[in-house]
Design a protein around this ligand. Structure first.
Ligand SMILES: Cc1cc2nc3c(=O)[nH]c(=O)nc-3n(C[C@H](O)[C@H](O)[C@H](O)COP(=O)(O)OP(=O)(O)OC[C@H]3O[C@@H](n4cnc5c(N)ncnc54)[C@H](O)[C@@H]3O)c2cc1C
Length: 382
């Protein structure tokens, strides 16, 4: 196995890094405080091709392989995981669902602007009483001629304010469980669509997370994605890609936490010596370095399997669970090394620590991944 990056991978990673340092870094603290998403920076990323990910060029994408895509996400996440998330939308749950299951018209209308960085997507699956247990969703879709009428609500939906379109799910037959779930492409300004943002979240503050209300929303049949009853499959097949993106964000964040902790440990002196000279601090730095390298390898191996056409469901679960748990420990240790200054938002580490916690919950909570990985290993799940 060759661990050396190709010249074009180095070039695109350098470009992503430069963009992160020169354009995102000067603004991230402010937009995180203000809980606003910088649409202008997202558009700039789009012009550089950084939002195109693995989507083919004919649909506005950058046609990267999964490894290159993961490396780009890591570079962006070192500075801001929210912007790295934005660069993963086209290759993640929203975009890949349309790429795989959409017809030509749907791809042109919804995927192309997403891949070009012209308009965020909201992926609206979670409901108040059904986060992990997706198949129990209550949102209903009733067919009336050439339309469906949608009623229900979704919570914890990212990019609820600025989204250009919404991929959401409703059941056409609650008694059919997952076989009743159907996917729809909804536009935010359609009659009956209501949106509200949750403020003062502990982390993910620029991500405009909130509630989507659907009240007698008339969705043309042409905006059904896939067939009736195919929604669960659509959601689950695209989360594999989403999980790779989340794991790559965690790796980038780990690198940032480690760099911040090392800088601080070298410059902070107690009892006449930099704290970096103390074994107890060194032990934390050691754990960070090992966590970072192992998580990075797992992410790149998952991406490599996808590039080789192998099934990578278990790998994606392992990468997401392992990298986000590792990130939480790394962020915690980096906060501890910062002492009291970790509590000040003049120092960057607190933002990573706040965001790290939520990585353990999004794209399938880590308890769910822990079960999935065992079920694959035991042969209970194919
Ligand atoms: C910042 C943020 C952004 C988000 N963005 C989106 C988005 O854009 N779109 C979207 O659809 N959703 C989004 N979510 C929602 C997220 O996907 C859900 O929170 C997640 O799926 C978990 O659902 P829940 O919170 O209802 O927890 P629950 O499913 O109620 O679980 C509660 C706890 O029980 C554990 N648990 C549940 N079932 C089991 C089990 N069988 N075995 C063991 N433990 C179990 C869970 O791991 C968790 O610890 C977002 C969440 C956050 C915090």
């Amino acid at each position: 196995m060759d661990f050396e990056l190709r010249a074009e991978q180095v070039a695109i990673c350098d470009m992503a890094r430069r963009f992160a340092v020169e354009r995102i870094q000067p603004r991230v603290r402010d937009y995180d405080r203000e809980e606003t998403f910088p649409l202008d920076l997202y558009a700039e990323m789009g012009k550089l091709g950084l939002t195109g990910g693995v989507v083919p060029e004919e649909y506005g994408g950058a046609a990267m392989d999964h490894q290159t895509y993961a490396l780009v996400i890591m570079e962006l996440a070192r500075t801001c995981q929210a912007m790295a998330g934005a660069a993963s939308w086209a290759s993640g749950v929203g975009g890949i669902s349309v790429l795989r299951f959409g017809n030509e018209e749907q791809k042109q209308k919804y995927l192309v602007p997403l891949a070009r960085g012209e308009g965020p997507v909201a992926f609206a699956l979670t409901e108040t009483h059904t986060g992990s247990d997706v198949a129990s969703m209550k949102t209903r879709a009733v067919r009336e001629g050439d339309h469906y009428v949608l009623n229900g609500s979704k919570v914890w939906i990212s990019m609820i304010n600025s989204c250009r379109w919404i991929l959401t799910f409703a059941t056409v037959d609650a008694s059919a469980g997952r076989k009743g779930i159907t996917a729809f492409l909804v536009e935010p300004d359609w009659p009956g669509v209501g949106r509200a943002t949750f403020k003062n979240k502990i982390g993910f503050r620029p991500m405009e997370t909130g509630e989507l209300v659907l009240e007698d929303v008339r969705v043309p049949v042409a905006n059904r994605l896939g067939e009736e009853g195919e929604g669960f499959r659509i959601a689950m097949s695209s989360v594999e890609n989403g999980r790779l993106g989340v794991a790559a964000r965690c790796v980038g964040m780990m690198k940032a936490c480690m760099d911040l902790a090392i800088d601080y440990a070298q410059s902070r002196t107690t009892f006449g010596e930099p704290i970096g000279r103390r074994q107890l601090i060194q032990s934390k730095i050691t754990d960070m370095a090992v966590a970072y390298e192992t998580s990075r390898l797992l992410v790149l191996q998952t991406a490599w399997k996808k590039d080789n056409g192998d099934r990578a469901r278990q790998d994606a679960s392992m990468a997401k669970m392992y990298a986000s748990d590792a990130l939480m420990r790394v962020a915690e240790d980096a906060m501890q090394i910062h002492g009291a200054y970790g509590a000040s938002d003049e120092y960057e580490i607190g933002r990573y620590w706040r965001d790290a916690k939520l990585m353990q919950t999004i794209e399938g909570s880590n308890e769910i991944h822990r079960s999935l990985i065992a079920e694959y290993a035991l042969g209970y799940r194919g």
